[in-house]
Design a protein around this ligand. Structure first.
Ligand code: NAD
Length: 263
């Protein structure tokens, strides 16, 4: 299926690796030009070069921390300078640290809000006027299964992603008359570098092997395996497609069945 986004311009945030990279790759495979960003330069440059080589789309990469207003301004300015517009915005950032309530002071809460909530709000603020003017836009936020079923030991993530979901659901109604959709994709356990690091940390803490950590997660997933980043990226690309024009305000899981609720 041709997703009808050839020549559209997409900002994909936090995209040097993992779910952001997979989302960017899937959009590029459909012919969208890209603005990629991440904090670390080396991985970002490699990813941008790989996507350029394999898909032929235009890819601009900007080293930026979207946890800061300056980082957000750099990303949006680069997209405007290079492409003159933004049609698709995929928000993302590194996840907040794990740990129970007592382990996070006010600073950790402030950082989680700034990185995982304020970045979404401010990127939308910057990109929305152009989408409204052109009467076409797609906003997709990478959240987490934690929105539907909080994950133990992830109090920061569980709290902040719920706020993003409230923001997105409200915004979706406000911008729907302008041809703009706003959706969230909720990853379950997906095989990225972050999850590999988490498996190693869990193994060290609990005195077991990383394989045992994977087995414990897999036992909670009806499909019996972790997701692959490309399976996640495919859902993001579909929600950014021309065909997804009547889906808005939704949170779509890509979790192998991990969420047990009916809706
Ligand atoms: P990852 O660590 O593999 O990749 C994160 C990417 O974001 C990297 O490119 C990194 O450079 C970039 N980045 C991090 N913080 C940034 C910032 N402040 N500004 C700009 N770039 C930044 O992580 P991932 O597994 O791809 O996860 C992406 C998001 O999805 C995270 O918020 C994570 O908590 C969430 N999530 C992941 C899973 C999973 O199983 N992988 C499950 C649920 C939720």
């Amino acid at each position: 299926m041709d997703l009808g986004i050839r020549g559209k311009v997409a900002i994909v945030v936090a995209s040097s690796r993992g779910l952001g990279r997979a989302s960017a790759q899937a959009l590029a495979a459909e012919g969208a030009d890209l603005l990629l960003c991440a904090r670390g330069e080396t991985a970002l440059r490699t990813t941008a070069a790989d996507i350029r080589r394999t898909t032929g789309v235009r890819v601009v990469d900007v080293v930026a921390d979207v946890g800061s207003p300056a980082g957000i301004a750099d990303v949006v300015r680069a997209a405007e300078d290079e492409f003159g517009r933004v049609d698709i915005l995929v928000t993302n950032a590194g996840g907040p640290p794990a740990g129970p309530f007592e382990s996070h002071g006010p600073e950790a809460w402030e950082t989680a809000v700034r990185t995982n909530l304020t970045s979404v709000v401010e990127l939308v603020r910057a990109c929305l006027p152009g989408m409204r003017a052109r009467r076409w836009g797609r906003i997709v936020n990478i959240t987490s299964i934690a929105v539907k079923q909080p994950v133990d030991n992830l109090i920061l993530s569980n709290s902040v992603r719920a706020a993003v979901t409230g923001f997105a659901r409200t915004l979706a109604n406000e911008v729907a008359p302008h041809g703009i959709t706003v959706n969230n994709v909720m990853p379950g356990y997906t095989r990225t570098a972050r999850v590999e690091e988490l498996a190693e940390r869990t193994a060290a803490l609990e005195g077991k092997t990383p394989e045992a950590a994977y087995e414990a997660w897999e036992s909670q997933i009806p499909m019996g395996r972790l997701g692959e980043p490309a399976e996640f990226g495919a859902m993001v690309a579909f929600l950014c497609s021309a065909q997804a024009s009547y889906t808005t305000g939704a949170s779509v899981p890509v979790d192998g069945g991990w969420i047990r609720s009916l809706l």
